[in-house]
Write a protein that binds this ligand. Structure first.
Ligand code: SAH
Ligand code: F3S
Length: 497
């Protein structure tokens, strides 16, 4: 049996695509191989969102090229965004490569590999599946993951001037809502408890078969347009359909949304659907209107504030995280100061900060790259210091509170690791296997990026109970408002099930 070794770079979308590639390979007779040296096929699923990611691919291919000298039968395939972006050109620069496939071509992989193995020329397949978009459902395998991803759309119709994704992932294509609901239901039936809906602009979702109600009026649009616009997305309706039709689903998240589609209907869904996690990642990119305009983000800082503010008011205790680019062409120190101000004001508990990196085929190339590397590093360090401080303060405030932790699996030192309803990582000890269970814990200690909690159920305490001190802090009057107000129509969550 042939064996494959798969290396994944980049975002959650790529992780998810890699899982589908595994399904395809294993369905056609390949077995996974932990070590690169013993594999017959090495596949790199690449990322091109920033220059560094692309450099990584080149050095990795160089390394594999050396391996190929000693093992000429080794097949080397490159998938993902660099493959899509460069296509044939990749072969010219890196002749060791045998197969280049874009993100929409996973299903063609066995055929292309067979060609190469029979002595054919290197194969390149990078068409987008524009006419009949395919969303490969996950193949059932082993124990279901407690938390898993389901793709609902692919591609991006935004044209943020810095971003290569519209080139590498193509235009927006949506998956039929019935298919999404069926896949989520199947995962939940198999034991998955939490689903993250995936898409490049996940909240722009519309059902291609028109099975969902859309078209509510967006109260926020009055700010910009002077009159109420219809919300053209059907994303809030999809969330409602999932909450209603998959009652076993415990938590629902999504990533990554665009602030433009954070409409009043989406805020209402967060207010009313208890299944939605109390954490939203809402990329803002900059706190300066001048920079946002040059990025073509299609919202102002005031609009962003208004929308996330409504979300925060609708869901007590909801936390926000964001993506921010520093050193975008023309970004002055004043612009950057406005970004820091926004980070403070919104109170993001986590910020993914990036130095601007010029990407091929992007409109921002015209704007140059005028902020020095040194200045970018300085701004990134300031952003990091601020956001880390906010994260630390947030985690510290949780000590003593009671939280529902969905346990994802065994963690360090014989314990377990899970996440709160927002998204904080919690380590805990338990006397029996609590993987996949919702465990109520008292937060005992805050670390830099995670928390330690003690189960409130004494029956679970044995493993740690001896220490006596853990979790001694009683829940205080500061306890976060329970979710009762937003649980209308939603089942009460059992402590353990
Ligand atoms: N909506 C997408 C965004 C993809 S890119 C998603 O699914 O996450 C992820 C983040 O990378 C962006 O939000 C942006 O902050 C950053 N990024 C994208 N292009 C960049 C570039 N050219 N330079 C620096 N950062 C970039
Ligand atoms: Fe990129 Fe903007 Fe789309 S960041 S993925 S072009 S929303």
């Amino acid at each position: 049996m042939k064996r494959y070794h798969l290396v994944t770079f980049g975002c959650q979308m790529n992780q998810h695509d890699s899982d589908r590639i595994r399904d395809v390979l294993e369905g056609s007779g390949y077995a996974p191989c932990e070590t690169l040296e013993h594999a017959d096929l090495v596949l790199l699923n690449t990322c091109s969102v920033r220059e560094k990611a692309e450099q990584k691919l080149r050095s990795e291919v160089g390394r594999l090229g050396l391996l190929k000298r000693t093992r000429p039968d080794l097949v080397l395939a490159v998938a993902g965004c660099v493959a899509q972006q460069e296509g044939e050109r990749l072969l010219r620069g890196l002749p060791q490569i045998d197969v280049v496939i874009g993100p929409d071509q996973a299903a063609a992989l066995p055929r292309l590999l067979a060609e190469v193995e029979q002595g054919g020329l290197p194969q390149v397949r990078t068409e987008f599946d524009l006419h009949e978009p395919r969303f490969l459902p996950a193949a059932p395998r082993g124990r279901a993951k407690v938390s898993d991803f389901v793709t609902i759309m692919k591609g991006c119709d935004e044209r943020c001037t810095f971003c290569v994704v519209p080139t590498t992932r193509g235009p927006e294509r949506y998956r039929a809502s019935e298919e999404i609901i069926a896949e989520v239901a199947a995962r939940v039936a198999a034991g998955t408890r939490e689903i993250t809906l995936l898409g490049q602009t996940v909240d722009s979702y519309q059902d291609p078969l028109g099975k969902l109600p859309g078209g509510q009026r967006d109260e926020f649009s009055a700010t910009r347009m002077g009159r109420l616009q219809r919300d053209e997305t059907e994303f809030p309706s999809l969330l409602r359909a999932l909450a209603e039709r998959v009652p076993g689903l415990q938590r629902l998240r999504y990533t990554s949304p665009h602030p433009r589609h954070l409409t009043s209907a989406l805020v209402a869904a967060h207010r009313e659907l208890g299944v939605l996690a109390r954490h939203v990642h809402m990329p803002v990119q900059s706190g300066s209107d001048r920079v946002l305009r040059r990025m073509a983000r299609r919202y102002t800082v005031a609009e962003y504030r208004e929308r996330v503010g409504a979300l925060q008011r609708a869901v007590p205790g909801l936390t926000l995280s964001s993506d921010i680019i520093v050193g975008f062409p023309g970004e002055t120190r004043e612009d950057f100061a406005l970004t820091l101000e926004l980070v403070r004001e919104v109170g993001f508990v986590s910020v993914f900060g990036f130095k601007y990196s010029p990407r091929p085929f992007t409109p921002a190339l015209k704007l140059g790259d005028d902020v020095s590397e040194e200045e970018k590093s300085e701004r990134l360090a300031q952003l990091f210091e601020l956001s880390e401080g906010q994260r630390a303060a947030h985690l510290a405030r949780l000590v003593g509170r009671t939280e529902q932790v969905l346990v994802e699996g065994p963690g360090e030192r014989g314990g377990y690791t899970g996440r709160t309803e927002r998204n904080e990582i919690v380590h805990l000890q338990a006397a029996r296997d609590v993987t996949g269970k919702l465990v109520e814990v008292t937060i005992a200690e805050a670390f830099k990026h995670s928390l330690r909690g003690t189960p409130t159920d004494r029956a679970l305490l044995a493993a740690e109970g001896e220490s006596g001190s853990a979790g001694a802090a009683a829940p205080t009057a500061e306890l976060e408002p329970r979710a009762a107000t937003r649980r209308s129509g939603h089942r009460a969550l059992p402590l353990l099930h």
